[in-house]
Design a binder for this molecule. Structure first.
Ligand SMILES: [Mg+2]
Length: 239
């Protein structure tokens, strides 16, 4: 057993469960169902897909916008698709809403635990590590995931943005979790897939930031961020 810290904090989406990864692939698959609605072939679907992905990047790339809309992701998706169709000069809000909702349903149906998630949590707990789940997003939606995957009892503390009132990367989020776990920043690791939220912000407070990169994408070129560790599997924490 390696030297483990007193506490480890985990992100939920795309860390414990697969939720939002690979948007290109997901939108391509979803839009294939809407061939009839657009009526003029694969080329059009590819243009719709590109427009949605570009609108989504712009939309979620604005931190203030993202902080507001991640509390209502279904509505955000409708808005992104509306803008994408308008940009293609085929505005159709009703169709956009159907597409956005179908995407939300598809994502929800496809949430999966990462294969080694529960076993890793079990082993960490058995080793006496205090565990927290720290997730951004709406209270109801995130609680539903916690219940669906039977996660509640596996953590000493669960903190959801929609319940706590603040989200990552705000330092108060991490300070509150550390308080609840009765540990200091120096004795704690944060594990997550978002470099800014789950590596940079915790490192600033003196925690170790472990970047979870399950698809082996690597850090963006030229990134100044230096995660304390990069792992491709959650179980690597124990190695
Ligand atoms: Mg995440």
């Amino acid at each position: 057993m390696p030297a483990l810290p007193a506490a480890i904090l985990f992100d939920l989406d795309d860390t414990i469960i697969q939720a939002y990864a690979r948007p290109e692939e997901a939108w391509g698959r979803l839009l294939a169902r809407f061939g009839d609605a657009f009526g003029d072939g694969e080329d059009t679907l590819a243009r719709v897909q590109r427009a949605i992905l570009e609108e989504a990047r712009t939309f979620w790339g604005d931190p203030a916008n993202a902080a507001k809309w991640r509390l209502d992701i279904a509505a955000a998706r409708r808005l992104v698709v509306r803008r994408a169709l308008a940009r293609l000069r085929r505005p159709d809000d009703a169709l956009a809403d159907r597409i956005g909702d179908a995407f939300t349903e598809m994502r929800r149906a496809e949430y999966r635990l990462f294969p080694d998630a529960l076993e890793t949590l079990r082993r960490l707990r058995a080793a006496g590590v205090r565990l927290a789940l720290v997730t951004n997003g709406q209270a109801e939606a995130q609680r539903a995931k916690v219940a669906r995957f039977d996660l509640e009892w596996r953590f000493d503390h669960i903190q959801i943005e929609g319940e706590f009132g603040k989200g990552k990367p705000e330092p108060e989020v991490y300070r509150h979790v550390l308080d609840r776990l009765c540990v200091t920043a120096r004795e704690s690791w944060m594990v997550g897939d978002n470099i800014e939220w789950e590596v940079v912000a915790p490192q600033r407070l003196g925690m170790r930031g472990i970047w979870y990169d399950p698809h082996n994408q690597g850090l963006p070129a030229g990134s100044p961020v230096r995660p304390d560790r990069i792992i491709a599997r959650l179980a690597d924490i124990l190695d």
